[in-house]
Ligand binder design. Structure first.
Ligand code: HEM
Length: 430
Protein backbone atom coordinates (compact mmCIF):
# COMPACT_ATOMS: atom_id res chain seq x y z
CA UNK A 1 0.00 0.00 0.00
CA UNK A 2 1.53 3.27 -1.16
CA UNK A 3 0.94 5.19 2.07
CA UNK A 4 2.28 2.56 4.46
CA UNK A 5 5.62 3.56 5.99
CA UNK A 6 8.77 1.48 5.39
CA UNK A 7 7.69 -2.06 6.10
CA UNK A 8 10.75 -3.29 7.93
CA UNK A 9 11.48 -1.17 11.00
CA UNK A 10 14.71 -3.13 11.58
CA UNK A 11 16.22 -1.64 8.43
CA UNK A 12 15.87 1.89 9.89
CA UNK A 13 18.50 1.25 12.56
CA UNK A 14 22.02 1.99 11.40
CA UNK A 15 25.14 0.45 12.82
CA UNK A 16 25.42 2.99 15.65
CA UNK A 17 22.16 1.69 17.13
CA UNK A 18 23.92 -1.62 17.79
CA UNK A 19 26.77 0.08 19.64
CA UNK A 20 25.64 3.35 21.26
CA UNK A 21 23.98 3.54 24.68
CA UNK A 22 21.48 6.21 23.69
CA UNK A 23 20.74 7.26 20.12
CA UNK A 24 18.71 10.45 19.64
CA UNK A 25 17.28 11.62 16.34
CA UNK A 26 14.66 14.11 15.15
CA UNK A 27 11.26 12.56 14.46
CA UNK A 28 8.41 14.64 12.98
CA UNK A 29 9.11 17.71 15.14
CA UNK A 30 10.08 15.88 18.36
CA UNK A 31 13.15 13.92 19.46
CA UNK A 32 13.16 10.15 19.38
CA UNK A 33 15.48 8.40 21.85
CA UNK A 34 16.51 4.77 21.44
CA UNK A 35 17.82 3.38 24.72
CA UNK A 36 20.41 0.60 24.90
CA UNK A 37 21.59 1.49 28.38
CA UNK A 38 20.25 -0.51 31.35
CA UNK A 39 20.20 2.53 33.69
CA UNK A 40 18.35 4.69 31.16
CA UNK A 41 15.84 1.86 30.66
CA UNK A 42 15.36 1.56 34.42
CA UNK A 43 14.74 5.30 34.67
CA UNK A 44 12.01 5.39 32.00
CA UNK A 45 10.30 2.02 32.53
CA UNK A 46 10.68 1.46 36.28
CA UNK A 47 11.61 4.50 38.41
CA UNK A 48 9.82 7.25 36.48
CA UNK A 49 7.33 5.17 34.48
CA UNK A 50 4.38 7.42 35.34
CA UNK A 51 5.88 10.23 33.24
CA UNK A 52 5.73 8.06 30.09
CA UNK A 53 2.64 6.69 28.30
CA UNK A 54 1.81 4.76 25.14
CA UNK A 55 2.32 6.80 21.97
CA UNK A 56 -0.57 8.20 19.94
CA UNK A 57 0.53 5.98 17.02
CA UNK A 58 0.26 2.85 19.20
CA UNK A 59 -3.13 4.03 20.42
CA UNK A 60 -4.29 4.81 16.92
CA UNK A 61 -3.16 1.45 15.57
CA UNK A 62 -4.56 -0.71 18.36
CA UNK A 63 -7.53 1.15 19.87
CA UNK A 64 -10.07 -0.15 17.32
CA UNK A 65 -9.28 -3.73 18.40
CA UNK A 66 -8.24 -3.40 22.04
CA UNK A 67 -10.65 -0.62 23.09
CA UNK A 68 -10.56 0.08 26.83
CA UNK A 69 -8.61 -3.14 27.61
CA UNK A 70 -5.44 -3.33 29.71
CA UNK A 71 -2.87 -2.74 26.96
CA UNK A 72 -4.03 0.79 26.17
CA UNK A 73 -5.28 1.84 29.62
CA UNK A 74 -3.29 4.54 31.45
CA UNK A 75 -2.96 6.05 34.94
CA UNK A 76 -5.44 5.09 37.66
CA UNK A 77 -7.61 3.16 35.21
CA UNK A 78 -4.63 1.01 34.18
CA UNK A 79 -3.62 0.43 37.83
CA UNK A 80 -7.11 -0.87 38.74
CA UNK A 81 -7.38 -3.06 35.66
CA UNK A 82 -3.95 -4.52 36.24
CA UNK A 83 -4.81 -5.36 39.88
CA UNK A 84 -8.12 -6.90 38.84
CA UNK A 85 -6.48 -9.05 36.14
CA UNK A 86 -3.24 -10.02 37.89
CA UNK A 87 -4.70 -13.05 39.75
CA UNK A 88 -5.69 -14.60 36.39
CA UNK A 89 -2.06 -14.63 35.21
CA UNK A 90 -0.02 -15.84 38.18
CA UNK A 91 1.99 -19.06 37.81
CA UNK A 92 -0.62 -20.74 40.11
CA UNK A 93 -3.46 -19.65 37.82
CA UNK A 94 -1.67 -21.38 34.92
CA UNK A 95 -1.85 -24.76 36.69
CA UNK A 96 -5.34 -25.76 35.45
CA UNK A 97 -4.44 -24.52 31.94
CA UNK A 98 -1.32 -26.68 31.62
CA UNK A 99 -3.06 -30.02 30.91
CA UNK A 100 -5.34 -28.20 28.46
CA UNK A 101 -2.41 -26.63 26.59
CA UNK A 102 -0.69 -30.02 26.41
CA UNK A 103 -3.82 -31.74 25.10
CA UNK A 104 -4.37 -29.11 22.39
CA UNK A 105 -0.72 -29.35 21.32
CA UNK A 106 -0.93 -33.15 21.20
CA UNK A 107 -4.13 -33.13 19.11
CA UNK A 108 -2.84 -30.56 16.66
CA UNK A 109 0.59 -32.19 16.31
CA UNK A 110 -0.99 -35.62 15.80
CA UNK A 111 -2.82 -34.07 12.84
CA UNK A 112 0.41 -32.56 11.58
CA UNK A 113 2.01 -35.99 11.76
CA UNK A 114 0.03 -36.88 8.62
CA UNK A 115 2.11 -34.34 6.75
CA UNK A 116 5.56 -35.61 7.71
CA UNK A 117 8.04 -35.65 4.86
CA UNK A 118 6.07 -33.03 2.89
CA UNK A 119 6.91 -29.29 2.85
CA UNK A 120 4.87 -27.19 5.28
CA UNK A 121 4.62 -23.46 5.93
CA UNK A 122 5.97 -23.48 9.47
CA UNK A 123 4.75 -20.01 10.43
CA UNK A 124 1.21 -20.83 9.36
CA UNK A 125 1.36 -23.96 11.56
CA UNK A 126 2.67 -22.10 14.63
CA UNK A 127 -0.02 -19.42 14.14
CA UNK A 128 -2.78 -22.03 13.91
CA UNK A 129 -1.54 -23.79 17.00
CA UNK A 130 -1.24 -20.66 19.17
CA UNK A 131 -4.64 -19.37 18.03
CA UNK A 132 -6.18 -22.71 18.86
CA UNK A 133 -4.56 -22.57 22.30
CA UNK A 134 -5.61 -18.91 22.81
CA UNK A 135 -9.20 -19.71 21.80
CA UNK A 136 -9.54 -22.89 23.80
CA UNK A 137 -7.76 -21.73 26.96
CA UNK A 138 -10.01 -18.65 26.87
CA UNK A 139 -13.33 -20.28 26.04
CA UNK A 140 -12.89 -24.03 26.51
CA UNK A 141 -14.56 -24.29 23.13
CA UNK A 142 -13.60 -26.42 20.18
CA UNK A 143 -11.99 -24.00 17.76
CA UNK A 144 -11.84 -26.32 14.74
CA UNK A 145 -13.90 -24.19 12.33
CA UNK A 146 -13.73 -21.00 14.41
CA UNK A 147 -9.91 -20.98 14.50
CA UNK A 148 -9.77 -20.43 10.73
CA UNK A 149 -12.25 -17.54 10.95
CA UNK A 150 -10.38 -16.02 13.86
CA UNK A 151 -7.09 -16.33 11.97
CA UNK A 152 -8.58 -14.59 8.92
CA UNK A 153 -10.00 -11.78 11.10
CA UNK A 154 -6.73 -11.25 12.97
CA UNK A 155 -4.72 -11.35 9.72
CA UNK A 156 -7.23 -8.96 8.11
CA UNK A 157 -6.54 -6.46 10.87
CA UNK A 158 -2.77 -7.07 10.87
CA UNK A 159 -2.70 -6.21 7.16
CA UNK A 160 -4.34 -2.82 7.90
CA UNK A 161 -2.79 -1.93 11.24
CA UNK A 162 0.70 -0.64 10.25
CA UNK A 163 1.40 3.07 10.67
CA UNK A 164 0.72 5.21 7.62
CA UNK A 165 1.89 8.67 6.59
CA UNK A 166 -1.63 9.90 7.42
CA UNK A 167 -1.14 8.82 11.04
CA UNK A 168 1.92 11.01 11.34
CA UNK A 169 0.82 14.11 9.50
CA UNK A 170 -2.88 14.38 10.42
CA UNK A 171 -4.02 15.25 13.97
CA UNK A 172 -4.84 12.31 16.25
CA UNK A 173 -8.46 13.47 16.68
CA UNK A 174 -9.15 13.49 12.92
CA UNK A 175 -10.02 10.02 11.54
CA UNK A 176 -7.97 9.32 8.43
CA UNK A 177 -8.43 6.71 5.68
CA UNK A 178 -6.17 4.22 7.51
CA UNK A 179 -8.30 4.63 10.68
CA UNK A 180 -11.44 3.86 8.68
CA UNK A 181 -9.96 0.66 7.28
CA UNK A 182 -8.78 -0.38 10.76
CA UNK A 183 -12.23 0.38 12.19
CA UNK A 184 -14.01 -1.85 9.66
CA UNK A 185 -11.64 -4.79 10.21
CA UNK A 186 -11.85 -4.34 14.01
CA UNK A 187 -15.66 -4.34 13.99
CA UNK A 188 -15.69 -7.75 12.31
CA UNK A 189 -13.26 -9.11 14.92
CA UNK A 190 -15.20 -7.61 17.85
CA UNK A 191 -18.48 -9.09 16.58
CA UNK A 192 -16.77 -12.49 16.47
CA UNK A 193 -15.50 -12.15 20.07
CA UNK A 194 -18.95 -11.02 21.27
CA UNK A 195 -20.44 -14.11 19.59
CA UNK A 196 -17.96 -16.35 21.44
CA UNK A 197 -18.69 -14.68 24.79
CA UNK A 198 -22.46 -14.99 24.22
CA UNK A 199 -22.14 -18.70 23.36
CA UNK A 200 -20.03 -19.15 26.41
CA UNK A 201 -22.62 -17.38 28.63
CA UNK A 202 -25.38 -19.59 27.15
CA UNK A 203 -23.42 -22.66 28.30
CA UNK A 204 -24.18 -21.70 31.94
CA UNK A 205 -22.50 -19.91 34.83
CA UNK A 206 -18.86 -20.44 35.71
CA UNK A 207 -18.18 -23.31 38.14
CA UNK A 208 -16.31 -22.77 41.42
CA UNK A 209 -13.02 -23.85 39.89
CA UNK A 210 -12.03 -21.85 36.80
CA UNK A 211 -12.12 -23.90 33.60
CA UNK A 212 -10.26 -21.35 31.56
CA UNK A 213 -9.13 -17.74 31.19
CA UNK A 214 -12.67 -16.57 30.46
CA UNK A 215 -13.78 -17.82 33.92
CA UNK A 216 -10.80 -16.03 35.44
CA UNK A 217 -11.74 -12.80 33.63
CA UNK A 218 -15.39 -13.19 34.70
CA UNK A 219 -14.17 -13.55 38.29
CA UNK A 220 -11.98 -10.41 38.08
CA UNK A 221 -13.26 -7.55 40.27
CA UNK A 222 -12.54 -3.83 40.29
CA UNK A 223 -10.48 -3.39 43.48
CA UNK A 224 -12.27 -0.05 44.14
CA UNK A 225 -15.86 -1.27 44.36
CA UNK A 226 -15.79 -5.03 43.77
CA UNK A 227 -17.71 -4.75 40.49
CA UNK A 228 -17.09 -7.19 37.59
CA UNK A 229 -16.14 -6.04 34.07
CA UNK A 230 -19.10 -4.76 32.04
CA UNK A 231 -19.90 -6.50 28.74
CA UNK A 232 -17.91 -4.17 26.54
CA UNK A 233 -14.91 -4.24 28.88
CA UNK A 234 -14.97 -8.03 29.02
CA UNK A 235 -14.92 -8.12 25.21
CA UNK A 236 -12.02 -5.63 25.12
CA UNK A 237 -10.02 -7.66 27.66
CA UNK A 238 -10.61 -10.91 25.75
CA UNK A 239 -9.61 -9.22 22.47
CA UNK A 240 -6.52 -7.79 24.18
CA UNK A 241 -5.40 -11.16 25.52
CA UNK A 242 -5.99 -12.93 22.20
CA UNK A 243 -4.22 -10.28 20.15
CA UNK A 244 -1.36 -9.54 22.55
CA UNK A 245 -0.89 -13.23 23.21
CA UNK A 246 -1.25 -15.38 20.13
CA UNK A 247 0.87 -13.73 17.46
CA UNK A 248 3.80 -13.07 19.82
CA UNK A 249 3.81 -16.71 20.90
CA UNK A 250 3.46 -17.96 17.31
CA UNK A 251 6.44 -15.86 16.29
CA UNK A 252 8.50 -17.10 19.27
CA UNK A 253 7.71 -20.69 18.38
CA UNK A 254 8.57 -20.13 14.73
CA UNK A 255 12.02 -18.60 15.40
CA UNK A 256 12.82 -21.25 18.01
CA UNK A 257 12.10 -24.04 15.52
CA UNK A 258 13.97 -22.22 12.76
CA UNK A 259 17.06 -21.85 14.98
CA UNK A 260 16.87 -25.53 15.95
CA UNK A 261 16.63 -26.54 12.28
CA UNK A 262 19.85 -24.59 11.68
CA UNK A 263 21.57 -26.07 14.71
CA UNK A 264 21.05 -29.87 14.61
CA UNK A 265 23.18 -30.45 17.73
CA UNK A 266 20.93 -28.26 19.85
CA UNK A 267 17.87 -29.77 18.24
CA UNK A 268 18.97 -33.29 19.17
CA UNK A 269 19.80 -32.26 22.74
CA UNK A 270 16.38 -30.62 23.22
CA UNK A 271 14.61 -33.58 21.56
CA UNK A 272 16.44 -36.06 23.83
CA UNK A 273 15.16 -34.12 26.83
CA UNK A 274 11.60 -34.17 25.45
CA UNK A 275 11.72 -37.92 24.70
CA UNK A 276 13.06 -38.74 28.17
CA UNK A 277 10.43 -36.52 29.86
CA UNK A 278 7.65 -38.49 31.49
CA UNK A 279 5.10 -35.67 31.18
CA UNK A 280 4.14 -32.60 33.17
CA UNK A 281 4.23 -33.37 36.91
CA UNK A 282 2.96 -29.89 37.82
CA UNK A 283 6.30 -28.60 39.17
CA UNK A 284 7.95 -25.52 37.56
CA UNK A 285 8.59 -26.23 33.88
CA UNK A 286 12.11 -24.71 33.64
CA UNK A 287 13.21 -27.35 36.19
CA UNK A 288 11.45 -30.20 34.34
CA UNK A 289 12.70 -29.16 30.89
CA UNK A 290 15.80 -26.96 31.39
CA UNK A 291 17.22 -27.42 27.87
CA UNK A 292 13.94 -26.62 26.13
CA UNK A 293 13.39 -23.63 28.42
CA UNK A 294 16.93 -22.40 27.66
CA UNK A 295 16.45 -22.89 23.90
CA UNK A 296 13.19 -20.86 23.91
CA UNK A 297 14.78 -18.13 26.05
CA UNK A 298 17.78 -17.85 23.73
CA UNK A 299 15.51 -17.77 20.67
CA UNK A 300 13.59 -14.85 22.24
CA UNK A 301 16.91 -13.12 22.84
CA UNK A 302 17.92 -13.32 19.19
CA UNK A 303 14.40 -12.86 17.76
CA UNK A 304 12.33 -11.04 20.39
CA UNK A 305 8.72 -11.20 19.12
CA UNK A 306 7.91 -7.77 20.62
CA UNK A 307 10.97 -6.19 19.05
CA UNK A 308 10.05 -2.59 19.87
CA UNK A 309 8.50 -1.01 22.96
CA UNK A 310 7.68 2.69 22.73
CA UNK A 311 6.59 5.49 25.04
CA UNK A 312 5.98 9.23 24.81
CA UNK A 313 7.08 11.67 27.54
CA UNK A 314 4.28 13.60 29.27
CA UNK A 315 6.62 15.83 31.35
CA UNK A 316 10.08 17.35 31.03
CA UNK A 317 12.70 14.86 32.24
CA UNK A 318 16.37 13.93 31.95
CA UNK A 319 17.72 10.61 30.77
CA UNK A 320 21.41 10.66 31.65
CA UNK A 321 22.89 13.67 29.88
CA UNK A 322 19.85 14.10 27.62
CA UNK A 323 17.04 16.59 28.24
CA UNK A 324 13.61 15.16 27.42
CA UNK A 325 10.66 17.40 26.48
CA UNK A 326 6.98 16.46 26.62
CA UNK A 327 6.07 14.75 23.34
CA UNK A 328 9.52 13.17 22.86
CA UNK A 329 9.47 9.49 21.95
CA UNK A 330 11.35 6.77 23.80
CA UNK A 331 12.12 3.45 22.13
CA UNK A 332 13.54 0.35 23.68
CA UNK A 333 14.15 -2.37 21.17
CA UNK A 334 14.84 -5.80 22.66
CA UNK A 335 16.18 -6.62 19.18
CA UNK A 336 18.94 -4.00 19.54
CA UNK A 337 19.47 -4.45 23.27
CA UNK A 338 19.89 -8.22 22.99
CA UNK A 339 22.57 -7.77 20.30
CA UNK A 340 24.74 -5.14 22.03
CA UNK A 341 28.40 -6.14 22.14
CA UNK A 342 28.91 -4.21 25.39
CA UNK A 343 26.26 -6.32 27.12
CA UNK A 344 26.50 -9.81 25.59
CA UNK A 345 29.38 -12.12 24.72
CA UNK A 346 29.20 -13.15 21.05
CA UNK A 347 25.73 -11.54 20.80
CA UNK A 348 24.75 -12.86 17.35
CA UNK A 349 25.45 -16.51 18.18
CA UNK A 350 22.67 -18.96 19.15
CA UNK A 351 23.93 -20.29 22.47
CA UNK A 352 21.23 -21.65 24.82
CA UNK A 353 23.89 -22.32 27.49
CA UNK A 354 23.48 -18.68 28.53
CA UNK A 355 20.11 -19.67 30.02
CA UNK A 356 21.00 -23.07 31.50
CA UNK A 357 20.97 -23.57 35.29
CA UNK A 358 24.38 -22.66 36.67
CA UNK A 359 25.16 -20.06 33.95
CA UNK A 360 26.00 -16.54 35.21
CA UNK A 361 22.74 -14.73 36.07
CA UNK A 362 21.35 -12.45 33.36
CA UNK A 363 20.63 -8.84 34.29
CA UNK A 364 16.87 -8.22 34.05
CA UNK A 365 17.57 -4.87 32.39
CA UNK A 366 19.47 -6.33 29.43
CA UNK A 367 17.07 -9.18 28.57
CA UNK A 368 13.58 -7.86 27.97
CA UNK A 369 11.49 -10.14 25.72
CA UNK A 370 8.52 -9.37 27.96
CA UNK A 371 9.39 -5.73 28.74
CA UNK A 372 10.25 -4.39 32.18
CA UNK A 373 8.66 -2.43 35.03
CA UNK A 374 5.02 -2.23 36.10
CA UNK A 375 3.83 -2.68 32.49
CA UNK A 376 5.79 -5.87 31.95
CA UNK A 377 3.83 -8.45 29.93
CA UNK A 378 0.99 -9.78 32.09
CA UNK A 379 0.95 -12.94 29.95
CA UNK A 380 4.65 -13.81 30.41
CA UNK A 381 3.96 -16.94 32.50
CA UNK A 382 1.20 -17.97 30.13
CA UNK A 383 3.51 -17.58 27.13
CA UNK A 384 6.54 -19.36 28.61
CA UNK A 385 4.35 -22.20 29.85
CA UNK A 386 2.83 -22.56 26.39
CA UNK A 387 6.18 -22.34 24.60
CA UNK A 388 7.88 -24.98 26.74
CA UNK A 389 4.94 -27.41 26.65
CA UNK A 390 4.40 -27.05 22.90
CA UNK A 391 8.12 -27.37 22.12
CA UNK A 392 8.39 -30.52 24.26
CA UNK A 393 5.46 -32.13 22.42
CA UNK A 394 6.79 -30.95 19.06
CA UNK A 395 10.39 -32.12 19.49
CA UNK A 396 9.28 -35.44 20.92
CA UNK A 397 7.43 -36.16 17.67
CA UNK A 398 9.37 -34.44 14.93
CA UNK A 399 12.79 -33.50 13.68
CA UNK A 400 12.50 -30.14 11.92
CA UNK A 401 14.44 -29.49 8.72
CA UNK A 402 14.54 -26.61 6.20
CA UNK A 403 13.66 -27.52 2.63
CA UNK A 404 15.97 -24.92 1.08
CA UNK A 405 18.89 -22.63 1.97
CA UNK A 406 17.21 -19.29 1.36
CA UNK A 407 17.85 -17.27 4.56
CA UNK A 408 14.74 -16.32 6.51
CA UNK A 409 15.00 -12.66 7.47
CA UNK A 410 13.06 -11.01 10.29
CA UNK A 411 10.71 -8.19 9.39
CA UNK A 412 9.72 -5.78 12.14
CA UNK A 413 6.11 -4.69 11.76
CA UNK A 414 4.07 -5.06 14.95
CA UNK A 415 5.87 -8.30 15.81
CA UNK A 416 9.01 -9.80 14.30
CA UNK A 417 7.68 -11.91 11.45
CA UNK A 418 9.58 -13.99 8.86
CA UNK A 419 10.04 -12.19 5.51
CA UNK A 420 8.73 -15.01 3.35
CA UNK A 421 6.75 -18.18 3.46
CA UNK A 422 9.54 -20.43 4.66
CA UNK A 423 9.10 -24.12 4.00
CA UNK A 424 10.16 -26.86 6.37
CA UNK A 425 9.90 -30.62 6.50
CA UNK A 426 8.98 -32.59 9.60
CA UNK A 427 10.44 -36.08 10.10
CA UNK A 428 8.73 -38.44 12.55
CA UNK A 429 10.80 -39.48 15.59
CA UNK A 430 8.40 -42.02 17.03
C1 HEM B 1 6.15 -14.84 23.61
C2 HEM B 1 5.01 -14.22 23.86
C3 HEM B 1 4.88 -12.79 24.32
C4 HEM B 1 5.77 -11.76 24.23
C5 HEM B 1 7.17 -11.77 23.62
C6 HEM B 1 5.14 -10.60 24.83
C7 HEM B 1 5.75 -9.35 24.97
C8 HEM B 1 5.19 -8.28 25.64
C9 HEM B 1 5.88 -7.05 25.93
C10 HEM B 1 7.32 -6.70 25.54
C11 HEM B 1 5.01 -6.25 26.61
C12 HEM B 1 5.33 -4.89 27.22
C13 HEM B 1 4.94 -3.77 26.33
C14 HEM B 1 5.24 -2.41 26.93
O1 HEM B 1 5.85 -2.24 27.98
O2 HEM B 1 4.83 -1.47 26.27
C15 HEM B 1 3.76 -6.97 26.72
C16 HEM B 1 2.63 -6.47 27.32
C17 HEM B 1 1.43 -7.16 27.38
N1 HEM B 1 1.21 -8.47 27.02
FE1 HEM B 1 2.57 -9.74 26.26
N2 HEM B 1 3.90 -10.94 25.25
C18 HEM B 1 3.70 -12.28 24.99
C19 HEM B 1 2.59 -13.03 25.29
C20 HEM B 1 1.44 -12.55 25.88
C21 HEM B 1 0.29 -13.35 26.24
C22 HEM B 1 0.19 -14.86 26.06
C23 HEM B 1 -0.66 -12.49 26.72
C24 HEM B 1 -2.04 -12.77 27.25
C25 HEM B 1 -2.60 -13.94 27.38
C26 HEM B 1 -0.08 -11.15 26.70
C27 HEM B 1 -0.73 -10.00 27.08
C28 HEM B 1 -0.11 -8.78 27.25
C29 HEM B 1 -0.80 -7.59 27.77
C30 HEM B 1 -2.26 -7.49 28.14
C31 HEM B 1 0.18 -6.58 27.86
C32 HEM B 1 -0.03 -5.17 28.36
C33 HEM B 1 0.27 -5.11 29.86
C34 HEM B 1 0.08 -3.73 30.47
O3 HEM B 1 0.16 -2.74 29.75
O4 HEM B 1 -0.10 -3.68 31.70
N3 HEM B 1 1.19 -11.23 26.19
N4 HEM B 1 3.90 -8.21 26.14
Amino acid sequence: MAFTLGRNVLSVWGEESYRREIVSSPFFGVTSFTLNDPEAIRHVFVDNHEAYVRTSITRRMLKPMLGRGLFLAEGEDWRHQRRALAPAFTPRAMDPLRPLMTRIAQERLDQLARRTGRPIDLFEQTQRLTLEIAGRTMFSMEMTDRAERMRALVDGYAARVGPSVFDLVLPANMPNPTDLRRGMAANRFKAFIEEMIAERAAAGPAPDVARDLCDLLLAARDPRDGSPFDKEMLRDQVSTMILAGHETTAVALFWTLLLLSLSPGHQEEAAAEAVAWSGDDGTPLPAQLPVIHAVASEAMRLYPPAFLVTRVATKPDRIGAHAVSPGDMINVSPWLLHRQERLWADPHAFDPRRFMPGAPPIDRLVYLPFGIGPRICIGAHFATTELVLVLAEWLKRFRVERTDDRPVMPVGTVTLRPDHLARFRLHARM
